[in-house]
Design a protein around this ligand. Structure first.
Ligand SMILES: [Fe+2]
Length: 78
């Protein structure tokens, strides 16, 4: 899991920033969060309604102890 860090007096929820580029599509820069993180409600970005589809459920550990998420990214044509 990604770590947490302070943003002023509040901790940001665990998240992963990502940037996706493809020559025929608009660039996408965003971040994903993880369900159950207690810092989501107070975070100015993760608490926005438009972020709700980017708060993802983590699958239980597999037999090797790995965690996983499923997240489809769709790019918009230029
Ligand atoms: Fe960050």
């Amino acid at each position: 899991m990604p770590g947490k860090y302070l943003n002023g007096e509040l901790y940001r929820p665990s998240h992963i920033h990502y940037r996706v580029t493809e020559q025929n599509s608009k660039e996408l820069i965003s971040q994903i969060y993880f369900k159950g993180d207690p810092h989501i409600e107070e975070d100015p970005w993760a608490s926005q309604k438009k972020a709700s589809l980017r708060i993802l459920q983590i699958s239980p550990e597999d037999i090797n102890g790995n965690l996983s998420i499923h997240f489809d990214i769709y790019l918009q044509e230029k």
